[in-house]
Design a protein around this ligand. Sequence first.
Ligand SMILES: *[C@@H]1O[C@H](CO)[C@@H](O)[C@H](O)[C@H]1NC(C)=O
Ligand SMILES: *[C@@H]1O[C@H](CO)[C@@H](O)[C@H](O)[C@H]1NC(C)=O
Length: 376
Amino acid sequence: MIISSINYKSFTPKNPYSTKNKNKNMAPYLFILSTILLVMITSGGATAKVPAIIVFGDSSVDAGNNNQISTMLKSNFRPYGRDFFGGRPTGRFSNGRIPPDLISEAFGLRPFVPAYLDPSYNISDFAGGVCFASAGTGFDNATSNVLNVIPLWKEVEYYKDYQNKLKSYLGETKAKDVISEALYIISLGTNDFLENYYTLPNTRSKYTLDQFQDFLVGLAEAFIKEIYGLGARKMSFTGLPPMGCLPLERTTNYVNGNGDGCMDGYNVVASHFNVKLSNLVKKMNEEMPGIRVVFSNPYGPFMQIIRKPSAFGFEVASVACCASGMFEMGYLCDQMNPFTCTDANKYVFWDSFHPTEKTSRIIVDYLLKHSLHEFL
Ligand SMILES: *[C@@H]1O[C@H](CO)[C@@H](O)[C@H](O)[C@H]1NC(C)=O
Ligand SMILES: *[C@@H]1O[C@H](CO)[C@@H](O)[C@H](O)[C@H]1NC(C)=O
């Protein structure tokens, strides 16, 4: 915790060790400093801290990489980001921050994780955390093709590029340290089902549902092994949310004449897939020396929020804040829409596919207690 406050201060504009203190008696400062150093040395080694958060995945964790590519799936305009720092739309699919930002803050790092393709950041920023995620992507190449976004293999190419830059910036030894001690957040899979399997007849003709899930788990395994091979060791593998309760899926359910509840079939698929992912995580921990992967499963807490929103301070769970709340996201979630809610904190969902910052915060708090505490 002491180390973390130092890390955090280095990002604040006011430097407490500035020349202003020059003429004052430095003895107390030196004493505190040497105490801190002692604590750092004695608590070092086995409990080495997480120096960076490194993110792979889809819109659940994309901090704005899609702003820089030619896809229709963007969110770098209002009302997105209206509750972010400075009310700034960044390309995060939220009214405010997204889970990696909140996790980074909880680990004593910056209160946000910047997107690798964002030109306003450089390697000195990325040394403390970086996001390679791309909204709309999936494990399967066919998924990222649907909306012309960054495929997972390309996220890994960017990660290799990042490693090279990090090595020239920090030097080989320090860079290797960051790479092996960083926490890797991996969050994707929803689009493989909703955009790909249930949308593309071609995929359904190739695989049964069970075969498709196994195919995805195989890709997930190959991905873990690849970043392990590149030096990653501490990983949080995120499960699927109850995707049948996303407002867009409820609307589809309704249009199909099945009432206005959640699409139960999709929730069953998400639960099954989560069991397979958690088995994969178990297997990776057994097979790969030195690896530490946790399975971070948002399904339970997310479902509790949806079932009993009032218990968490929400008023609405079935439709989203943005526009009609039934189907809009991306460009359809428009600044001028008069139906957009004024207080996103009353809503579980921000747009028809993504939670509000408040929902993300509740889920992250849960994960910090149930899986991520391993690395704190
Ligand atoms: C990164 O950007 C900052 C400010 O924009 C600049 O001062 C610094 O030199 C840059 N660092 C590198 C390694 O390019
Ligand atoms: C996805 O595409 C990349 C680049 O073309 C290729 O290397 C990789 O093998 C593909 N993955 C699968 C599972 O087909």
